[in-house]
Design a protein around this ligand. Structure first.
Ligand code: ATP
Ligand code: LTN
Length: 342
């Protein structure tokens, strides 16, 4: 397969890179808020996507579960439309250049700036018994992910913006010393990225690590389970009236937003559709829309997971194409620094 990254003369498209950690099963929130956008970007940009398994071990993982989650996350991303012909799609640990450049960049990153990262403060307070060095130097690895591919744009949720900022600082610092080695990336926060809330506590984000099984919908969940969760979704004590963006109706607003993203209908259309019908009719309708949105993805992911030979081919090809591009940047960095070249 042709290598599209680092072949600048005829490719004018900007480069987009993003990664997601394969911890746990992907949720409806991950899909509507991030992964759906990854797919759309493939039409206009040269995209590099990966599963950030090296980042994931900053928190302890069960080996068997971790391996299974990583492979099913890979299959799921293929199933939902990441196209390995259009984009470079791989698993981070299979491309050693990430760890190699991360070490170099950690020597150009200051203790003080790492100490200011809000994610480090959050995660170390949540994992007080395992505040490891990887959790602290996490941003240097993320900077390596981005800079290896001469990335222009990094689609991330708001929580990761600070990591893209520090990556820019590291890249500028390096370029100031050695000349133009790295492209300076920009964070790309999608303008209308849907933020999906928990179905049982709509004031909290729907999240893979949510302990409440009813609050979270997973891409691979069965239609019956999905319907059950939506039928039990928290609304409010009124007899039922769909009104968008009402502060007392967080649950209803969330359901309307989910219905809107799944069906393409506007909030006005949804209000009109369910006018006078009550939540008893609305909640299962949202459930049906979600089931139909996720059905083809789940079926395709299940099919891919059974086709081990195909998955391995795509994995190997993705890692080779990524390594080819990454190695060009790493060689340049090693040369600039003064490492002996053979
Ligand atoms: P964890 O529970 O481990 O923090 P998470 O499910 O919150 O995981 P992340 O791995 O932090 O998800 O995020 C992956 C991507 O999915 C990010 O781009 C993030 O913005 C997006 N995302 C996660 N949850 C939601 C959500 N509920 N709504 C919209 N986007 C989301
Ligand atoms: N830290 C990110 C995942 C991530 C990433 C990246 C995102 C790792 N490397 C490079 C964008 C670019 C997260 O936890 N969501």
């Amino acid at each position: 397969m042709e290598n599209t990254v680092n072949t600048t003369p005829e490719t004018k498209k900007k480069r987009v890179l993003s990664m997601i950690q394969p911890t746990g099963m992907f949720t409806l929130g991950n899909y509507l808020g991030a992964l759906k956008n990854f797919v759309a970007l493939q039409n206009d940009y040269e995209c590099v996507y990966a599963l950030a398994d090296l980042h994931a071990i900053t928190v302890r993982q069960n080996p068997a579960e971790f391996r299974k989650n990583t492979l099913s996350a890979y299959a799921m991303m293929l199933a939902l439309g990441i196209d390995p012909e259009k984009s470079i799609f791989f698993i981070q640990s299979q491309v050693p250049e990430h760890a190699q450049l991360a070490w170099v960049l950690s020597c150009y990153t200051q203790f003080g700036e790492l100490s200011r990262m809000t994610q480090f403060k959050d995660k170390s307070s949540k994992n007080a018994d395992n505040i490891n060095a990887g959790l602290f130097t996490y941003p240097a690895l993320m900077a390596a992910d981005i800079l290896l591919y001469q990335t222009d744009l990094v689609p991330v949720g708001g929580d990761q913006k600070q990591h893209v900022e520090i990556c820019r600082d590291i890249a500028m610092r390096f370029n100031n010393i050695y000349g133009d080695v790295f492209t300076i990336p920009e964070p790309y926060i999608p303008p209308t990225g849907a933020r999906i809330m928990s179905l049982t506590s709509p004031e909290n984000k729907m999240s893979k690590s949510d302990k409440d099984p009813g609050g979270c919908i997973y891409i691979m969940q069965s239609p019956d389970d999905i319907m059950r969760c939506f039928k039990r979704a928290v609304t409010d004590s009124e007899t039922g009236h769909c009104v968008y963006a009402c502060p007392e109706k967080l649950g209803v607003t969330n359901l309307m937003q989910i219905y809107s993203v799944c069906t393409g209908k506007t909030m006005d259309e949804i209000e009109a559709e369910f006018d006078g019908m009550g939540y008893g009719a609305f909640k299962p309708a949202v459930g049906e829309a979600v089931v139909e949105t996720l059905r083809p993805i789940r079926e395709e992911a299940e099919r891919l997971m059974k086709d081990k030979a195909y998955l391995e081919d795509i994995l190997r090809d993705g890692a080779e194409r990524a390594a080819y591009a990454a190695n060009r940047t790493l060689r340049k960095v090693y040369k600039k620094i003064g490492f002996v070249q053979i």
